[in-house]
Design a protein around this ligand. Structure first.
Ligand code: C2E
Ligand code: CA
Ligand code: CA
Length: 768
């Protein structure tokens, strides 16, 4: 039994050994074949790579490897590849260790899992992942050792028996090495490396930015002159390559406006190795530097270096700043301009959406009659006036409020934080009040007023334009309300403005469309009602709105300049009419025609010529025409008024000062201007029976005018009582509804034809 068992076991063993020897024989035959192949291939190989390839080809017959490399002693304690089958292996640096020492001694060493071997554990992750199985073979042992490594990505692919198999091929190494001529390879490599380095350095030197390259160990690999120029003295004059990059960066940090932040940022970038582009740094010396950072990563070796780039962008920033300033700033005043103001308002609107309980407002300020002052003063002085105004304006608002110039004589204020209700109105009033004292320019005093529109920012506003538009509309309302005042924006205003816009368009065409009419209001002797003349008063027969009185469209006509054409038309029409009446009614020969002259007519300087032309064309005696200039207009520019009035007198026309008593003129002024007539304003006469001061003034004016040979016409006399007082105080002439309202040409003609004195309203006719 034992025997039998023994026999079976022995038989079994014999079978196994037979099988083993058969396999071995096959393998050995393969080795033999490989050897033969290698020898043949080596004999044929002309080039180094062919040699290497033949060797690998032979090895493949017996060894299931994926990649291979020939390593040489780089004399810095590492073995580096001089030939390899793939790019990732070229980054291999095997540092001498116990395993490698054995290979150098001449032993073939198999690593079943290279991850466990210190020499391989030190490699980059991807190299480790691709070479779990490694077999190390000495092609030449000892001094100047040359090694062959073959790898496989899976662990335990090579077995002990493979050592036996490759042993047959490795001895061919002598011939192989001869063919490979490794020294040549090495020097060629070195030359290549040097050439590459030189090129790299040349590139670095020629980059128009400061370049710093640090290797993974944070040693300086490259740095250029521009870098030195940017960081100046802190970067030592010597060669930086090889020095400690951490110390160098610390030197840079000392130059930064905030050194701690600079240093912390560098550390963070190095740690995170994330791209940085165009990061702005301020240096303590005021210069601005821009930083880029790139972690240099190669497919073969992974991360290899930190690449820093610094650019001095101070000049560019300054230029940009300059441009921005130009785009956002008003040249004359240095105030924010319209664009910038819009941005500020938009920011406030955004803020209001988040905090609906807060309040903000915009004031739109337009100087009244600035154009006249500017024309008179000249632009340089006009600019001075604007600057002086801005100065006062600034004092009316808080530091945090934004004052801007929209252009010309238009300014805006953003009250970003209105604390108390109505505060914006107080500010607007303050601004109006600040203008009460005249400005002194070129030794002269100049009074100027402003019209202010106020709009509250609300959630209904989508953009700054809308708020500014509302404030602008309110400002126009202030202008139309007689200027020197403030108006608030409300919904009615919107309608008003759109109506006004249409009116403005129509106004430009009313003359050519023949929509204007002249009405004539008799000027009579107070005591007798005898007709002395007429005042020509314009009306507008609007196609849809009907008859419009001048108070509704003349302010707009003045603002838009249409008034010049309107006035000429009125003068021409009324003068032609009078000439016609004179021709047909003998009683008309002593009548005078009063025509109103707007301020716009005066500024042109040609008005007297216009009047002279009309006198010539109509053949009227010049004294028939009496030109009425408003007292306010006279006071606005006294010397211009004096000159114009003088010229009109020269051609024989009469001149009146209209609305006398409203424009704060002095009686002394009358001697200078020497008008023919004063028209006393109605507001001033209405309460004559109760207001002692007014009565005293009337009496004084009449007496003084009489002494100076100036006639007085009381305007707007409506009541008998007024008439009586005026007669009592020596006033001779009047114009008012007590006698007649303005009437059309036909009705006026009937009055002339009648030849009699006008009756008092509701009274019997006064016989002259
Ligand atoms: P104004 O030159 O002071 O003209 C007198 C105004 O007083 C006229 O108003 C007239 O209708 C009104 N009026 C006359 N008597 C009475 C009265 O008893 N009671 C009252 N309450 N008012 C009376 P109107 O025609 O509406 O003209 C208003 C203003 O428009 C004029 O004031 C004048 O400044 C301006 N205007 C009228 N026509 C022209 C024109 O052709 N050119 C220019 N530049 N301005 C004109
Ligand atoms: Ca008048
Ligand atoms: Ca008047």
């Amino acid at each position: 039994m034992l025997d039998r068992l023994d026999t079976v076991e022995r038989l079994h063993e014999a079978l196994i050994s037979l099988e083993r020897s058969r396999r071995r024989e096959g393998e050995l035959r393969a080795v033999e074949a490989s050897r033969a192949d290698v020898v043949r291939a080596l004999a044929l190989a002309q080039h180094r790579h062919e040699t290497f390839d033949s060797l690998l080809e032979a090895l493949r017959e017996v060894l299931p490897f994926e990649e291979a490399a020939i390593l040489v002693d780089a004399e810095d304690g590492t073995f580096r590849p001089v030939a390899c089958t793939c790019a990732w292996l070229s980054a291999l640096r095997l540092r001498s260790g116990p395993m490698l020492a054995r290979v150098v001694e001449g032993e073939i060493v198999v690593a079943f899992d290279a991850g466990l071997i210190p020499e391989w554990r030190a490699q980059a992750a991807d190299v480790r992942a691709r070479s779990r199985s490694v077999i190390h073979m000495p092609l030449r042992a000892g001094e100047g050792a040359v090694l062959l490594v073959c790898t496989h990505a899976e662990a335990a692919r090579f077995e002990q028996r493979h050592i036996e198999l490759v042993k047959g091929i490795v001895p061919l190494a002598g011939q192989i090495l001869q063919k490979l001529d490794l020294r040549e390879v090495l020097t060629e490599r070195e030359q290549e490396r040097q050439a590459q380095l030189a090129m790299f350095n040349a590139v670095v030197d020629n980059i128009q930015a400061g370049v710093l390259v640090e290797d993974a160990e944070r040693r300086v690999c490259a740095a250029n002159e521009v870098l030195r120029a940017i960081f100046g003295g802190e970067v030592s004059a010597g060669n930086l390559v090889g020095t400690d990059a951490v110390a160098l960066n610390a030197g840079f940090a000392r130059l930064a406006a905030s050194p701690e932040a600079f240093a912390a940022r560098i550390e963070r970038i190095v740690r995170e190795r994330a791209l940085v582009s165009g990061e702005e740094i301020r240096l303590a010396n005021g210069r601005i530097v821009e930083r880029d950072y790139v972690p240099v990563v190669t497919p073969a070796a992974g991360f290899i270096a930190h690449f820093w780039q610094y650019r001095d962008i101070t000049a560019r920033r300054n230029a940009e700043e300059q441009l921005r300033r130009q785009a956002y700033q008003d040249d004359l005043t240095g105030l924010p301009n319209r664009a910038r103001f819009g941005e500020e308002v938009n920011a406030v609107l955004r803020n209001l959406r988040r905090h609906p309980d807060r309040r903000a407002a915009v004031l739109f300020i337009d100087l009244d009659r600035f154009k006249i002052v500017n024309d008179r003063l000249g632009h340089a002085m006009g600019d001075q006036l604007l600057l002086a105004f801005v100065d006062r304006l600034r004092r009316c608002v808080r530091e945090t409020d934004v004052v801007a110039r929209m252009g010309g004589d238009e300014f805006t204020v953003l009250l970003a934080d209105v604390e108390a209700p109505g505060e914006e109105i107080h500010v607007a009033r303050r601004i109006l009040d600040s203008l009460r004292d005249p400005f002194t320019l070129g030794g002269e005093h100049w009074s100027i007023t402003a019209s202010i529109g106020v709009a509250t920012c609300s959630s209904a506003h989508d953009s700054a334009e809308e708020v500014v538009r509302d404030a602008d509309m309110a400002m126009y309302r202030a202008k139309a309300s007689g200027k020197d005042c403030l108006r608030l924006f409300d919904q009615n205003l919107q309608e008003y403005v759109s109506r006004r816009m249409h009116l403005e368009q129509d106004l430009g065409k009313c003359v050519e469309r023949r929509e204007l009419r002249v009405h004539y209001q008799p000027i009579v002797e107070l005591a007798t009602g005898r007709l002395h003349g007429f005042e020509a008063l314009v009306r507008w027969e609007h196609p849809t709105s009907g008859l419009i009185l001048p108070d509704r469209f003349m302010p707009l006509a003045e603002e838009t300049g249409h008034v010049v054409a309107i006035d000429r038309w009125v003068l021409e029409t009324a003068a032609t009419q009078l000439a016609d009446w004179r021709a047909r009614y003998p009683g008309a020969s002593r009548l005078r025609l009063a025509v109103n002259v707007s301020r716009n007519n005066l500024t042109g300087g040609t008005y007297p010529d216009v009047v002279a032309g009309i006198i010539e064309r109509t053949g009227l005696p010049p004294w028939c025409l009496a030109l009425e200039i408003n007292e306010n207009v006279v006071m606005e520019d006294l010397s211009l008024a004096r000159r114009t009035m003088g010229e009109l007198r020269m051609i024989g026309a009469h001149v009146c000062i209209d609305d006398f008593g409203t424009g704060h003129s002095s009686l002394g002024m009358l001697t200078q201007l020497a008008p023919h007539v004063l028209k006393m304003d109605r507001t001033f006469l209405a309460d004559l029976d109760t207001n002692r001061t007014h009565r005293e003034i009337v009496r004084t004016v009449v007496a003084l005018a009489d002494k100076l040979g100036i006639g007085v016409v009381a305007e707007g006399v409506e009541a008998m009582a007024e008439r009586e007082i005026l007669i009592e105080d020596g006033c001779l002439m009047c114009q008012g509804e007590l006698f007649s309202p303005p009437v059309d040409a036909e009705a006026a003609e009937r009055i002339i034809a009648d030849g009699a004195a006008l009756t008092l309203r509701g009274q019997t006719r006064v016989v002259h």
